[in-house]
Ligand binder design. Structure first.
Ligand code: CDP
Length: 207
């Protein structure tokens, strides 16, 4: 079974997805890390991002390996976030990433987070969740995580959200049938509990 969690930057997708995966014994797939790896590769090498997306080798375990190199921390740098949202608008990059994500999730139980999991990658997912939160709260959370200035994070986040929402290819939006969850003012535990409850009732209904 697949649980799709989509939403804008800093809505809490990855923490929620990890928590839900741990609670249910599913495996977590961080699709954002895949776009971030393409971005890092393209900051280092002047090749078309679509070409790089086809060539790089990724290992998305506990650490993220790009062509064998541990880039777990490097892909979280602000310039990589910005470049990720640029390369993610490229149809050739998306084609390669989506094919890989579908291949990975073809068997087993998965919680995947991103922008297009419910709309494109896994439209038949058993449960689709669209996480949102007030932009200021999202920026505050991300700034606290990174030890960065909230105003700077907010400004960068707005640019990235705008680009992700308005690109012609797989724009960020809630999938049909997605449960929308506003996490403003909720704790991580509350959100995880809510998604786990939804997943359990989906599983019970499917039996
Ligand atoms: O953690 P955060 O939400 O800030 O970003 P992320 O999930 O790591 O994704 C980084 C960028 O990759 C996003 O701004 C999107 O442009 C892109 N992305 C995408 O287009 N589709 C996905 N399924 C995942 C990420």
């Amino acid at each position: 079974m697949v649980i799709a969690i989509d939403g804008p930057a800093g809505a809490g997708k990855s923490s929620v997805a990890r928590g839900v995966a741990a609670a249910l014994g599913f495996t977590y797939l961080d699709t954002g890390a895949m776009y971030r790896c393409v971005a890092l590769a393209s900051l280092r090498r002047s090749r078309p991002p679509g070409e790089l997306a086809e060539q790089i080798s990724l290992d998305l375990g506990r650490r993220v390996l790009l062509d064998g190199e541990d880039v777990t921390e490097a892909i979280r740098a602000p310039e990589v976030s910005e470049r990720a949202s640029q390369v993610a608008a490229d149809p050739a990059v998306r084609r390669a990433m989506v094919a890989e994500q579908r291949r990975i999730m073809a068997h087993g139980d998965w919680v995947a987070d991103g922008r297009d999991i419910g709309t494109v990658v896994a439209p038949d997912a058993a449960l689709k969740v669209f996480l949102t939160a007030d932009p200021r709260e999202r920026a505050r959370r991300r700034a606290a995580e990174m030890g960065a200035d909230p105003e700077t994070v907010l400004a960068e986040q707005m640019i990235r959200d705008e680009r992700d929402r308005n690109r012609p290819e797989s724009p960020l939006r809630a999938a049909e049938g997605a449960v929308q969850l506003d996490t403003t003012g909720l704790t991580l535990e509350q959100v995880v509990e809510r998604v786990v409850a939804l997943a359990r009732s989906e599983r019970a209904a499917a039996r």
